[in-house]
Design a protein around this ligand. Structure first.
Ligand code: SF4
Length: 376
């Protein structure tokens, strides 16, 4: 398979989005976030393109202004706010960095790497924003224009940076001996913060295996939707089964009756949950009252409430084993407990977690309805 890093990333976030974008090739207009990000990436390239003199702050701001596309914004206020933010980012960048101090090796560097065993090769392609020569080695930098900054732990395990480093090493194979001096960084432009890490050869191998795993999933044509906060930025909402009903014009059936049923279901579910909370609250009060009165049943004009005791038991595993093992029945009562497995999963190494994930198969499937009430 030939696939770009960004497509792999899309599949990992939402397989259905991958299908719309890569397989069905459904075009969507560029979002304002993407337009903003592209403009800043262009400026960064301009700032660091090697020349006799590095551009001044004024020249960088002018470049940004020329690259700016106001058409994608919903209102002039929104557009002005975004433009000012872009200018602030560039000013902040100049305050923290002197472009003349960097030894740039490559900008917007295209790559293609091959991964996988000889009989199952795949090509991953992508673009590295910037590669610098540093005093001790090299630094690979990717600019981010997202609002949210990840933790250092995420950067330490970021797949994008690993694949970029792998691409760098395929171009400069001798540098593998110097791997601890090869820095990989994400520069969060909105925050003016750069988070850096290094990788080991073993981590790169693990990363490659994870990619192979994603590719295998893609090849099995599993394209389930995955609803996350990222849906807010997805251009496929109007054709996605998780969202398209929101758009009245895409509904096949839009009768008064069905709309009433939907509203009624939401209201009933919400009433049930309010009732459950209230029940728990008054149950507590009645139990206290029973203790004070020293009674096990209380009488009201609508009926009687009785206290019942429900006990849950667990078995002494050692004793049970001693009884069942001689009868050859011990193995047959052992079954995998999903909750326990999830609890210990955090303590397991990544490779084991991935193997456990691969061992997962669908047991039973049933459909139910979940309600998310609008905040009024
Ligand atoms: S809207 Fe969300 S669930 Fe639907 S395709 Fe886009 S990212 Fe996936």
């Amino acid at each position: 398979m030939r696939i770009s890093y960004s497509s792999l990333d899309t599949y990992q976030h939402c397989p259905l989005k991958y299908k719309f974008q890569v397989i069905d090739k459904v075009k969507t207009p560029k979002s304002k976030e993407a337009v903003f990000g592209s403009a800043l990436h262009e400026v960064m390239k301009f700032i660091h393109t090697p020349g006799i003199l590095s551009p001044t702050l004024d020249q960088a701001m002018e470049y940004f202004s020329n690259a700016w596309n106001p058409a994608v914004f919903d209102s002039s206020d929104e557009e002005r706010a975004a433009f000012s933010q872009g200018i602030r980012i560039i000013q902040d960048y100049y305050q923290k960095n002197n472009p003349a101090n960097f030894n740039i090796v490559d900008l917007e560097s295209r790559f293609q790497i091959e991964i996988g065993p000889d009989n199952d090769r795949h090509i991953i392609s992508g673009i590295i924003d910037r590669i610098d020569k540093t005093e001790s080695g090299y630094e690979i930098i990717d600019y981010k224009t997202t609002r949210k900054m990840p933790s250092q732990e995420k950067v330490d395990n970021d797949m994008q940076l690993s694949v970029y480093l792998q691409a760098f090493l395929s171009r400069y194979p001798k540098e593998i001996g110097n791997i601890d001096k090869l820095k990989v960084s994400l520069y969060y432009l909105k925050h003016g913060v750069k988070l850096s890490a290094t990788r080991t050869a073993e981590q790169l191998k693990q990363n490659e295996n994870m990619f192979l795993d994603v590719i295998r999933h893609i090849e099995t044509k599993e394209f389930e939707p995955n609803v996350t906060p990222l849906c807010d930025w997805c251009g496929y909402q109007s054709i996605c089964p998780m969202w398209k009903h929101k758009f009245k014009e895409t509904r096949k059936i839009d009768t008064e009756e069905i709309n009433v049923i939907i509203e009624e279901y939401i209201d009933l579910k919400s009433a049930v949950s309010i009732t459950k909370d209230r029940l728990a609250e008054i149950q507590e009060k009645i139990l206290q009252y029973m203790d004070q009165e020293g009674v096990e049943r209380v009488f009201g004009s609508h009926g009687i409430i009785a206290r019942t005791t429900r006990k849950t038991y667990k078995y002494d595993e050692k004793k049970l084993r001693e009884i069942l093992e001689p009868l050859d029945k011990w193995e047959s009562i052992l079954k995998v407990d999903g909750i326990v497995l999830r609890n210990i999963s955090g303590t397991l190494p990544l490779r084991i977690k991935m193997e456990i994930e691969k061992a997962k198969i669908v047991d039973k499937e049933s459909k139910s309805l979940a309600v998310k009430k609008n905040q009024n």
